[in-house]
Design a protein around this ligand. Structure first.
Ligand code: NAP
Length: 458
């Protein structure tokens, strides 16, 4: 795959970049390693000041950075601005909270282990490799980089090949903010060269956000090297609507949750599961609201749904929908790629999805929602859990007992009650089953890349 910016709204090649040579990659890892050796002796206050400065710089670049996101992967300009601001917020969150999250934990009764005192403390690990996807070109990286650098690590980034300008922007951001030069470096390399980087002895751990096959590959290499790996992989999140729900709010939120980021978020609501008592009313309103979305140029402030990020993504989504239709599914709106330049696919609603269709089991990475009718909460839960994924989930109900039933029963890394799955710096993010291993964000996210060192004093 070429390392290139191709405008998804037009299909035009904007810029192509030459991959780093092996010698350049080696030099960048060496720089990151030297930066780590400098970083590990710095204190939280110093790193916090640098991280705040990095957040300020990013905010000062708001307009240009947002336009870069739109150009490279087609999200709408309003959502692009939101992503940039969210990054700044996440950076400040870790700048302010890292010391608290990584404070030493003393053993209360050290005499029981023959010690005068004992504690465990968090120390940085070294250079961590981040392999990142294109769907949130800045936020995916920042939610790794902010905690990793605040813990005293250095990072090297292999970004998705279709967002090289985001990778190049991030390459200098932390240097500009005052971090030791090289604390964060982008490697312009294809996926086939990730293995060499991960096997480098100066790289001590990895994090990958992306598809399941990529995750399996990186995890197996990390395993063979006995290196820690965090994986944030795909999802096919259920969005359950029960009769007591506020129907208007549920419909509106289902639309937003299925179509945000042009339908290309890991935690989009991909399977909408609706109780039979409200199914017809929900489907009618949901279809109308999906149909009403303004689709068009993502640079236009009025656009609500832009193109898919890549031609391959458009092709994959179209194949899933065609397969479902051929096996008897019904399309209540959308269902055909738009006849215009760029990789536009309309908001699509599909009913009658059954187990013999690929759409039942596979992740639809675009604005296509499957809507299911269920007779009761048991069927809703069983259908929601009938997936190899387990990233996030949502349930709409005003019945407290029913809420507990779903919160406890859903096999997922998160449950949002009467709301939409969103990543927040304050909440751990990650999945169960094939959706991944480990957690990002919150206190857990910063501890993933630390050596938890036990200290015993006689
Ligand atoms: P992808 O193909 O797996 O790409 C993600 C990154 O992995 C890119 O940098 C890619 O490089 C690299 N890569 C691909 N194959 C690799 C391999 N065999 N070894 C090492 N690196 C490899 O994923 P995508 O299709 O672009 O992204 C969408 C997927 O990411 C969806 O499944 C989505 O649900 C998931 N995702 C998950 C989360 C989460 O937090 N759980 C968040 C966002 C997205 P190239 O670009 O050079 O191929």
């Amino acid at each position: 795959m070429a390392i290139a910016t191709i405008n998804p709204a037009t299909g035009e090649l904007v810029a192509e970049f030459t991959a780093h040579t092996d010698a350049e990659v080696d030099a960048r890892i060496a720089e990151a390693h030297a930066a780590y050796l400098a970083m590990r002796t710095t204190d939280f206050a110093t790193r916090s000041a640098w991280m705040h400065r990095a957040a300020d710089l990013l905010e000062a670049d708001l307009d240009a950075a947002a336009k870069m996101l739109v150009l490279e992967m087609g999200k709408t300009i309003t959502q692009a601005r939101g992503e940039v601001l969210k990054c700044a917020k996440g950076m400040r969150f870790y700048a302010d909270r890292a010391e608290e999250f990584l404070s030493p934990r003393a053993v209360d009764d050290p005499d029981t282990i023959g010690a005068s005192s004992a504690e465990s403390r968090y120390q940085p690990l070294g250079v961590v490799l981040a392999v990142m996807p294109w769907n949130y070109p800045l936020w995916q990286v920042i939610r790794f980089a902010a905690p990793a650098l605040m813990a005293g690590n250095a990072g090297v980034l292999k970004h998705a090949s279709n967002v090289p300008q985001a990778a190049i922007y991030l390459d200098t951001l932390f240097d500009r903010a005052g971090f030791p030069s090289g604390s964060f470096r982008s490697l312009l390399i294809p996926a086939s060269r990730v293995e060499g980087v991960l096997r480098d002895r100066r790289v001590v751990a990895a994090t990958l956000t992306g598809s399941e096959p990529a995750g399996r590959s990186v995890a197996s290499i990390a395993g063979s090297e006995v290196k820690h790996a965090v994986l944030e992989l795909g999802g096919s999140d259920p969005f359950i609507v029960m009769p007591s729900a506020d129907l208007d709010a549920a419909v509106q939120t289902a639309v937003a949750s299925r179509t945000t980021n042009n339908g290309q978020a890991c935690i989009n609501a991909k399977r909408v599961i609706v109780h039979a008592d409200i199914y017809e009313a929900f489907l009618e309103r949901f279809t109308a609201a999906m149909d009403a979305l303004v689709i068009g140029d993502p640079m236009d402030e009025a656009t609500e749904l832009g193109p898919l990020a890549t031609e391959a993504g458009l092709h994959d989504l179209d194949e899933l929908v065609v397969d479902a239709r051929e096996h008897g599914a019904l399309i209540t709106t959308g269902g055909e790629r738009l006849d215009r330049p760029g990789w536009f696919y309309p908001a699509t609603v599909i009913t009658g999805v059954t187990r013999d269709m690929r759409l039942y089991a596979e992740e639809a990475f675009g604005p296509a929602a499957s809507v299911f009718r269920v007779a009761d909460r048991e069927e809703a839960l069983s259908l929601a859990n009938d997936t190899t994924f387990g990233l996030s989930s949502a349930v709409w109900t005003r019945d407290a007992e029913e809420e507990e039933y779903f919160v406890n029963g859903l096999d997922a890394g998160a449950v949002f009650v009467n709301g939409m799955s969103i990543s927040y710096p304050e909440l751990p993010l990650g999945g169960v089953k094939d959706s991944g291993i480990g957690r990002e964000l919150s206190a857990e996210g910063i501890r993933e890349f630390c050596n938890l060192k036990s200290v015993w004093r006689g």
